[in-house]
Design a protein around this ligand. Structure first.
Ligand SMILES: [Fe+2]
Length: 236
């Protein structure tokens, strides 16, 4: 377990759980002792133990998207905590679940976790309703962006053209924004947006068609985990 972030208002802990190197994040608001768990999956007792140790109550569950390896612990969390589930409306529609949820979001919505404000960004590409969660200068990216990588776009609901647009938008966030990805696929667990823009090959494209070709047909043949930073080619 790692406490990645601690400031005057909140802390964010990362748990690497399950067989697919998933990162599950626990965001704790200090003043109210409320917590949100992002993408509860795999070894849920570890998440519950961490919450108990920290003396927080899990009041919210945030989903970055609906793939099995990000959601398979929801029910187990709900057996212990009366938590509200949050996801984007287009993801619920894609998934075909939770369509009546009062906390279905649109991009740009805010979630109040006590005094900690969490902005929901709609970041389609990996799935139609993928979300990133933006808290001050921290960005929980799910499978949209990894350290030196991005989510695949060849599964159901994936769209590499939308992924290109999404990554261009994320690149406009402040350079000191720390990206917290949904999987541990890389030589380090977090990177700033400035580092991503410099060293993430998916951020080097200025031509959508070349990006699509690279994402769909080239990347998986030429790169292996753990991913390392790559310098931008001089002709791009
Ligand atoms: Fe995924």
């Amino acid at each position: 377990m790692t406490e990645i972030i601690r400031n005057d208002q909140y802390s964010i802990h990362a748990l690497e759980l399950g067989p697919m190197e998933n990162f599950i994040y626990l965001i704790c608001d200090h003043k109210t002792a409320r917590a949100a768990v992002v993408d509860p999956a795999w070894e849920v007792p570890e998440i519950l133990t961490l919450a108990r140790k920290k003396g927080v109550i899990i009041t919210d569950i945030l989903l970055t998207h609906s793939h099995h390896d990000h959601i398979n612990g929801i029910e187990q969390v709900l057996q212990h905590y009366d938590a509200q589930l949050h996801l984007l409306k287009p993801e619920a529609e894609f998934w075909g679940k939770y369509l009546d949820l009062p906390t279905l979001h649109h991009g740009g919505d805010h979630i109040e976790l006590g005094d900690t404000e969490i902005r929901v960004l709609h970041t389609p590409g990996h799935t139609p309703g993928s979300a990133c969660y933006h808290i001050r200068d921290h960005l929980i990216t799910g499978d949209t962006m990894f350290v030196w990588g991005c989510g695949r776009c060849d599964l159901s609901g994936g769209d590499p053209e939308l992924m290109y647009d999404t990554l261009r938008k994320l690149a406009k966030l402040s350079g000191n924004t720390l990206t917290l990805p949904g999987h541990n696929y890389s030589d380090k667990t977090t990177a700033t947006m400035e580092e991503q823009v410099e060293g993430n090959p998916f951020m080097h494209f200025h031509d959508k068609h070349k990006f699509v070709e690279y994402r769909m047909h080239i990347h998986d043949r030429v790169r292996e985990e753990p991913y390392h930073a790559e310098p931008a080619p001089s002709d791009e």
